[in-house]
Design a protein around this ligand. Sequence first.
Ligand code: UT7
Length: 325
Amino acid sequence: MATIRSVVRGNGAYLPERVLTNKELAAMVDTSDEWIKQRTGIEERHIAADGETTSMLGLKAAELALENAGLKPADIDLIVCATSTPDYTFPSTATQIQAGLGITHGAAFDLQAVCTGFVYGVATADKFLTSGSHKRALVIGAETFSRILDWNDRTTCVLFGDGAGAIVLEAQLGEGTPQDRGVLTSHLRSDGSHREKLYVSGGPGSSKTTGVLKMEGREVYRHAVSMVTDVIHDAFKTTRTTADDIDWFVPHQANKRIIDATAEKLGIAPEKVVLTVNKHGNTSAASIPLALGEARADGRIKEGDLVMIEAMGGGFTWGAALIRW
Ligand code: UT7
């Protein structure tokens, strides 16, 4: 049956220039290159320059995605920006990106699901496009987590980085089968009872401050693998596909050990896993589109490939989406 699908037209990724190495961090807090690499797989991360905001990173990624798609800003009628580090409490980062693109039509809004933000963004834009209300969406994940870190806390400051990535989704007619290009299914979950395990200690409504990131790393780790495998199984079931059918597994890039354990539990071959956490650390909502950017740029992900994206993070939130590129 003819069905509207949200098809990926293009993608873009942007990392700020400044690279912060594990060695440099070891000079700031009681840590070591060995510990960080062994426990997380992270080798370096990028840090936004003074005055370089989340919307500036997001705008660069959005412009690259439009160029890659062969589209102009005027072709976009929906901008969803997933971020937990907005430029301002309001207006939204998405509207700042919209202004940067020079368009005044359509709708732009932020979406806050922390590290699962990009998966939530893809699922949300997909609902807009498949309902027929909008035609082309920019889904952006953009973060400056360096601004909400306690740089004296070695248990968190070594883990995160800044960056942005974007994709352009376009409503196109498919046949309603898993062979269609586009978002085939998405599954979102949350459980707010886990707030204390991963949160930021401030906000306009509580302390009138920005606050800093606090995490019980081991507790988050303990939940991560089972939560994401759960939603991925839902995605397989809905589309009647299996781990063997996927061409690329593009997980949230938080920790190589979590990614390896998830892929192993799902029976996904290691050569299908796209891993970029070593180069940019955990960039929250930006990590999946950054990984997609690398795997597209080096020719791994090709048109027609089946790509599973997944993430888990603060809230807790978690989710997965299966996309035929
Ligand atoms: O993106 C949102 C989701 N977030 C995540 O997915 C993060 C999930 N958690 C993790 O990735 C891991 O739990 C961490 C990387 C945060 C930590 O790894 P771990 O293997 O769980 O280590 P741990 O917290 O159990 O700490 C082991 C030891 C502790 O020392 P003791 O108590 O064994 O003496 C820590 O104090 O490592 C110590 N430690 C460090 N040592 C050197 C903690 N941070 C550091 C550090 N450098 N930066």
